[in-house]
Design a protein. Structure first.
Length: 152
C-alpha cells in the first residue's frame, strides 16, 4: 500500500500526508510539479519531525510515476464510482490524491482502476485532501489488517 499525491499545491497538506505515512508506515509518492518549493517551511511545520521519517519518492511527472508504479491505482475523487464503504482494497493498491485546486487530469482519472468517493452530506463538495487521504488510508488498512504495532 502506498499514498500518491498528484501535483500537490499546498505544502501543509503534503506535510500532513508525510506525517501520516511515517506514522502508519505507508510510503508516499509525490508527483511533480508541486505548487511550492520542496522543503518549504509550511511543509516542515505540518509534517513536524515525522516528515523526515517518511518513505518518500518524488516523480518528475505522471509518466515517470506510472513507469515506476506496479500497484493498482485507487483514485480518491468526488466523481467516484464506488462509495468508500463499498470499496474493496488490495495490498498492492496505491491511493492517489489529486491536486487541491485542480484534482487530476482526465488522463489520470481514466488510468485509475478503482475510483472511490467518500460519502458526504448533501450540498457538501469535498473534504480537505489530507483528511480524505487519512480516511481512505484508514479504511484500506482496516480491510487489509495492515495496522502498525502500537507505541509503548
Amino acid at each position: 500500500m502506498r499514498i500518491a499525491l498528484f501535483e500537490p499545491d499546498i505544502a501543509g497538506n503534503v506535510g500532513t500526508i508525510l506525517r501520516l505515512g511515517a506514522c502508519l508506515d505507508v510510503a508516499v509518492d509525490l508527483i511533480e510539479p508541486m505548487g511550492f518549493p520542496w522543503g518549504d517551511r509550511a511543509l516542515r511545520r505540518a509534517g513536524m519531525d515525522y516528515a523526515g521519517m517518511a518513505d518518500v519518492r518524488r516523480h518528475a511527472d505522471w509518466a515517470a510515476f506510472r513507469a515506476a508504479t506496479t500497484g493498482r491505482i485507487v483514485l480518491a475523487t468526488t466523481r467516484g464510482a464506488v462509495g468508500l464503504w463499498d470499496a474493496a482494497f488490495r495490498p498492492d493498491d496505491v491511493l492517489l490524491l489529486g491536486s487541491e485546486g485542480r484534482g487530476v487530469t482526465e488522463e489520470v482519472h481514466a488510468a485509475a482502476a478503482l475510483r472511490v468517493a467518500i460519502p458526504l452530506r448533501a450540498g457538501m463538495r469535498s473534504l480537505n485532501v489530507a483528511v480524505a487521504g487519512a480516511m481512505i488510508a484508514g479504511e484500506m488498512m482496516r480491510q487489509l489488517r495492515a495496522v502498525p504495532l502500537p507505541s509503548t
